[in-house]
Design a protein. Structure first.
Length: 344
C-alpha cells in the first residue's frame, strides 16, 4: 500500500504508554551498550558557566557535517509529521483514539531511526551541535517549552494553586494549534546539541528527550492527553536538574538546592492542581513542601531567595510571552481585517 494511502487509512494499532516508556529505557540501554564514546578524547578544561565541556578540543569537519545534517533531516521529518497529522485531522482522517494512527506509527519509527543515527554519529565523530552554538541556546529552548506548557494548561488547572490568570483565549488557542512545531524544534535541537555520553546526567537527559519525542509522536491520541503522563513529563525536569547540579562540583550545593526547591515550588504551586487530587491530598503535599523549605532554610543549607528564582523566572516569562503573542495576534487580526475591508 502506498504511504499516502496507508496514512489516510482507518487502521488502528494497539498501544500502551507503558510500552512507550519501556521503549525509551531500551534506547538508553542501547546507547550504554554501544558506548563508550569519549574515552579517547582529552577534553579542554571547563572555562566558565557558559562553557560546554563535552566537545572535541579541535573542531572536526566531518563531526560538523554529520551533526548538522542529522539534525536537519530529523527536524524536517518531524515537522512534516506534524504538518501531515494536522492535514489528516482537518480532513477527518484522525481523531483522539486509545491506540495509534498510521501517522503515529510512522513518527515512532522515524524518531527511533534518527535516535539510532545520532548514537552512531556520536560513536564515529562525537561532536554534536555544541561545537558551533552556545549552551544557553539549548537551555533556553527547553525553558520556553516549559513556559508554553504553563500557558496552554492555564485554562484547565490554573497557574497559582488552581487559580487561572487572565490570558487571552486567542493566545491559548494559537499555542495549542501550533505548539508542536516549537516543541519539535526545542527537543530535537537539544537532542542533537549533546553528544551521547554515559554520565548519569546525560543518560537521564536523553531518557527525558526520548520521552518527549514519544509524546511528540502521539499527536491526536488519548495518550497524548493523559494528565498523569504529561505531569511526569513536565515535572521530570526536577529530577534531571538536581542530578546535573549535584554532578557539577563547580556549581555547589546552592545550585542543587535552587533546582530542587525551585522546580518543587513549580510542582506544588501549579502542576499538581491538574491531577484531580482531593483537597486533603493537595493540602498534605503543600504542608510537606512548606516543612521541607523551613527545614532547609532553618538549617542554613540555603537562603530564602533560592526557592523563588526558578518560579519567578518562569512566571515572568509566562507574562511576557503571553503579552507579546497577544500583541502579535492582535496586529495580524487587524491587518487581515483591513485587507478584507480594502478588497471588499
Amino acid at each position: 500500500m502506498p504511504l499516502s494511502s496507508w496514512l489516510k487509512s482507518q487502521k488502528r494499532y494497539r498501544f500502551s504508554l507503558s510500552w512507550g516508556v519501556l521503549g525509551c529505557l531500551l534506547l538508553v540501554l542501547v546507547a550504554i551498550m554501544i558506548g563508550p564514546y569519549s574515552d579517547h578524547i582529552q577534553f579542554l578544561p571547563d572555562e566558565s558557566t557558559g562553557w560546554y565541556y563535552w566537545q572535541l578540543p579541535e573542531p572536526s569537519t566531518w563531526a560538523f557535517i554529520t551533526a548538522w545534517a542529522g539534525y536537519a533531516a530529523h527536524q524536517l521529518f518531524h515537522w512534516w509529521i506534524i504538518f501531515r497529522a494536522r492535514q489528516l485531522r482537518e480532513t477527518g482522517g484522525v481523531g483522539y483514539i486509545s491506540g495509534l494512527h498510521p501517522i503515529n506509527v510512522l513518527a515512532l519509527v522515524g524518531n527511533g531511526f534518527f535516535i539510532g543515527l545520532h548514537i552512531l554519529q556520536t560513536k564515529l565523530f562525537y561532536d554534536g551541535l555544541a561545537q558551533t552554538v552556545s549552551v544557553w541556546s539549548s537551555q533556553f529552548a527547553v525553558i520556553f517549552l516549559l513556559v508554553i506548557v504553563l500557558i496552554m494548561e492555564n485554562p484547565r488547572r490554573g497557574l497559582f494553586f488552581g487559580k487561572r490568570v487572565p490570558i487571552g483565549q486567542t493566545v491559548v488557542t494559537c499555542l495549542k494549534r501550533y505548539h508542536g512545531y516549537y516543541f519539535s524544534w526545542a527537543i530535537l535541537y537539544t537532542f542533537w546539541y549533546h553528544p551521547i555520553e554515559l554520565t548519569m546526567g546525560h543518560l537521564l537527559g536523553f531518557f527525558y528527550l526520548f520521552a518527549l519525542l514519544l509524546q511528540g509522536s502521539l499527536m491526536f491520541t488519548r495518550s497524548h492527553r493523559n494528565r498523569y503522563w504529561t505531569f511526569f513529563l513536565e515535572s521530570f525536569v526536577l529530577i534531571h536538574g538536581v542530578v546535573v547540579a549535584y554532578l557539577s562540583p563547580s556549581q555547589g550545593w546552592s545550585a542543587v538546592a535552587m533546582f530542587f526547591t525551585g522546580f518543587l515550588s513549580m510542582l506544588v504551586v501549579t502542576q499538581i492542581h491538574g491531577l484531580g487530587l482531593s483537597q486533603r491530598a493537595v493540602g498534605s503535599i503543600i504542608s510537606g513542601y512548606v516543612l521541607i523549605l523551613l527545614g532547609l532554610i532553618g538549617s542554613g543549607v540555603m537562603s530564602w531567595q533560592l526557592p523563588l528564582r526558578i518560579p519567578f523566572g518562569e512566571y515572568s516569562l509566562v507574562l511576557i510571552v503571553s503579552l507579546v503573542l497577544w500583541a502579535i495576534l492582535a496586529l495580524v487580526a487587524r491587518g487581515r481585517s483591513h485587507l478584507r475591508s480594502e478588497m471588499g
